[in-house]
Structures are given as structure tokens and as C-alpha cells.
Ligand binder design. Structure first.
Ligand SMILES: Cc1ncc(COP(=O)(O)O)c(C=O)c1O
Length: 390
């Protein structure tokens, strides 16, 4: 598998490349897009073959073959994560974002609060707000350089209006992989505060050596009566354009509640999303991920070491995924100056940390899901943009 050949996505309608100028004022011609969580690698052969099969059949009519799709998800969870699911638990969503929004709306009412560990994927708070709910921010603590949970502090921040705890496991940004013990502590917190636990596990396939992703249900089976799990092949295989994710609800009562909302919206899976996800969750897909991870790990090692060598910048050690998290507080610069140097000097579009909530203010998020040469280029540009600090 060749991850090194640069892909040219400019002018293809790629959000990452073609929205960089409108969103950041940085033209794609000389910019480096390191923002939205989308990788720059070409789709592997087994995905191409699956789509070609679809095209060759020349039949895009209504379809009913959901069993092989569900079986593929079941197989993936079992073989990749040692988690036995039942295909009856599954609902297909229009991307995972849609799954989060539907779960919030099913299991809470407007005005209710949803607790989140910040800084976290900015869309958590956005969806909470857009659905008329209120985010209760539970800021992560930094211990030994990485994020930790601080339940004593969280108890004091709870307002009594929370109905849901929404987690990213592993955590976006920085890729903290929650341990079995931490997941059990989260479940106990939900029990104490009578919260539903929504576990977004979309980054679970992308874990680096030395760490193990444990699905929340596997870590805390006793939390089943208050647990909703969701995932997608979108981040792992860069197929987010197919807008397909899935929700897994082991508890029959929660499942019935969610099912009623889901049926009322009249959602059903789309052919392309099913075709791509089924092809991804296969032995070929597993072998591809096994080659992808060492590549991403090299990107991570090069980037984090390079950033740490620059005075005033510090990368949080990454346990999973490709979303590096860099603290600029040591530069002594204000946010406007950091953004200006990234834009006008480095020409890098990175996600501003303050948009991910409390605790993200001094950070920037850099997407390393690209060719190694581009990661090295980003480091060169960063060292020049912040050169006067050397
Ligand atoms: C934690 C998390 N959940 C959900 C999503 C969005 O998934 P989708 O593109 O399938 O809506 C992302 C995308 O970055 C994410 O990081």
C-alpha cells in the first residue's frame, strides 16, 4: 500500500481542500489543509472494486440486502475489538453526526443539559445547541502531559439538569484512549447522576502501539440499560462522503425508544454507504488498517517530535487517531497572533482549539492524515513561522 504518493484533491469538491480558502482565507494552491478530520489517501483497491461492482451491475434501485452489511459490522467488532454485538442492536445513520443528533433528540428534551468532556470535537456542543439542549462542560485535567478525568471537579459542575453524558472514545482531539477503569468510572458517574451514556467510538480503529481501544459496552456491560454506542467506517477508511454510520443499542427498552424516533424520520441506509462500509469491514480492510497505522504512527512521531523541538510549542502525546493537539501557550502570543502566523506565514489551516470548548483556548489541532512529505513540510513552515522565538 502506497500512502506516500500525493493525492491532488483541489477542485474535486473536497471539503478539506476546497473549503480551506472560504473558511481560513488560505488558497489551496499554496496552503496546507490540516483541519477537518479527513485523510488524503486514495481509496484502496477493495473499496474501488466494491464501487465498480455497483456500477457494473447498473442497478441503483431499492435494495434489501441489509443482512450482509450488518454481518460485516458484527464481524468487524468481533475480530478487531473482541466485542460481540447482536445485529438486532443496529440502526444505520446518515453519517455519525446525524446519529449523535438523533440520540440527543430521542433521549432528552429541549432545555435539558448534555455533559461533555472538553475540549472535544466541536460538533458535540454544536449539535447540543442546535437541538435546543445546553452543554455542561466538564473540562479534562492534564496530568503527566495527557488528558485525565477529574470526577471530584465534575460533581461540582453538574447542574442537575443533565440527562446525557456524550463521550468521544477514543478522544478527539489528541486521541486519548480511555482505559477500562476510566470507562467504568464514567459509567459509575452516569449511574450517580442518572445519565444516559452516549459513546461515540468512531476513532476506535485508529489506535497506536502500546494502547488498546476497549468498546464501552465491553468495558462496562452492566451499564447496558443506559448505554448508546455509535461508530462508522468513515474516519478509518476516509469514506465520510458516503455519509453512513451506525448506532448500536443493546438494551431493548432504549432501542424501542430510539427506534420510534428513527422510524418517524423515515431513515434508511443508502446503497453507496452500505457498499463501502461492507467492503471496508472485511479481511482486506483489516489488512489495510494494519498497514495504515504504522504510517500514521510515523507521521505522529515526526510531527510531535518536530513540534516539541520548537520553542514555545508542545504537542500532547497521541495514543490514537491523527488529530494532533498542540499547545501554543509557551509562545506567550495571543490567539490572534498565533492564527495570523499560521495563516500569513505558515499557510496552514489548523482547527482553532477554543472552538473545542473550555481547555482548548491555547491549542491548535493539526490533522496528520496525509502524506509524510506534507507533515514534514508543515513542520518546516511552523519552524519558520515561529522562527523568531528560537
Ligand atoms: C468524534 C467524532 N464523531 C463524529 C464525527 C463525524 O462523523 P461523520 O462524518 O460520520 O458525521 C467526527 C468527525 O470528525 C468525530 O471526530
Amino acid at each position: 500500500m502506497d500512502f506516500d504518493t500525493p493525492t491532488d484533491r483541489i477542485g474535486t469538491g473536497s471539503t478539506k481542500w476546497d473549503m480551506m480558502e472560504p473558511a481560513f482565507g488560505i488558497p489551496a494552491a499554496d496552503g496546507l489543509p490540516m483541519w477537518v478530520a479527513d485523510k488524503d489517501f486514495e481509496a484502496p483497491d477493495f473499496l474501488q472494486a466494491a464501487v465498480r461492482g455497483l456500477v457494473d451491475r447498473a442497478d441503483y434501485g431499492y435494495f434489501c440486502d441489509f443482512d450482509t452489511f450488518h454481518d460485516a459490522i458484527e464481524w468487524w467488532m468481533d475480530t478487531r475489538h473482541g466485542w460481540r454485538i447482536d445485529t438486532d442492536w443496529l440502526f444505520t445513520t446518515h453519517g455519525l453526526g446525524n446519529g449523535i443528533a438523533m440520540a440527543i433528540q430521542t433521549f432528552s428534551a429541549p432545555g435539558d443539559h448534555v455533559a461533555i468532556f472538553t475540549p472535544v470535537y466541536h460538533e458535540f456542543a454544536a449539535k447540543i445547541g442546535r437541538t435546543g439542549r445546553v452543554a455542561t462542560e466538564l473540562p479534562l485535567a492534564i496530568k503527566d502531559g495527557v488528558y485525565h478525568l477529574d470526577f471530584d471537579a465534575y460533581a461540582a459542575r453538574m447542574t442537575g439538569k443533565e440527562k446525557i453524558l456524550l463521550i468521544s472514545s477514543p478522544h478527539n482531539p489528541a486521541g486519548r484512549v480511555w482505559t477500562r477503569d476510566e470507562l467504568r468510572q464514567m459509567a459509575a458517574f452516569c449511574e450517580r447522576h442518572d445519565l444516559l451514556l452516549i459513546s461515540d467510538e468512531v476513532h476506535g480503529d485508529l489506535v497506536y502501539q502500546g494502547h488498546e481501544f476497549i468498546p464501552t459496552h465491553a468495558a462496562t456491560p452492566e451499564t447496558e440499560p443506559r448505554l448508546v454506542v455509535m461508530s462508522a467506517a468513515s474516519k478509518t477508511f476516509s469514506i465520510a462522503g458516503a455519509r453512513t454510520g451506525y448506532i448500536m443499542i443493546p438494551d431493548p427498552v432504549l432501542r424501542e425508544r430510539f427506534g420510534a424516533f428513527y422510524r418517524a424520520l423515515d431513515i434508511s441506509p443508502n446503497l453507496l454507504g452500505v457498499t463501502l462500509t461492507r467492503a471496508a469491514y472485511s479481511p482486506e480492510g483489516a489488512a489495510w488498517v494494519d498497514q495504515l497505522m504504522p504510517y500514521l504512527q510515523t507521521n505522529r512521531d515526526i510531527f510531535c517530535a518536530g513540534v516539541d523541538a520548537l520553542p514555545g510549542l508542545k504537542a500532547m502525546p497521541m495514543q490514537s487517531t491523527y488529530l494532533a493537539w498542540v499547545d501554543f501557550s509557551g509562545t506567550g502570543m495571543d490567539r490572534a497572533e498565533i492564527h495570523d502566523r499560521l495563516k500569513t506565514s505558515a499557510r496552514i489551516a489548523a482547527t482553532p482549539g477554543h472552538t473545542l470548548g473550555t481547555g482548548g483556548e491555547t491549542f491548535m489541532r493539526f490533522n496528520l492524515g496525509t502524506q509524510k512529505a506534507r507533515v514534514e513540510e508543515a513542520l518546516d513552515r511552523l519552524s519558520q513561522a515561529f522562527a523568531n522565538l528560537q
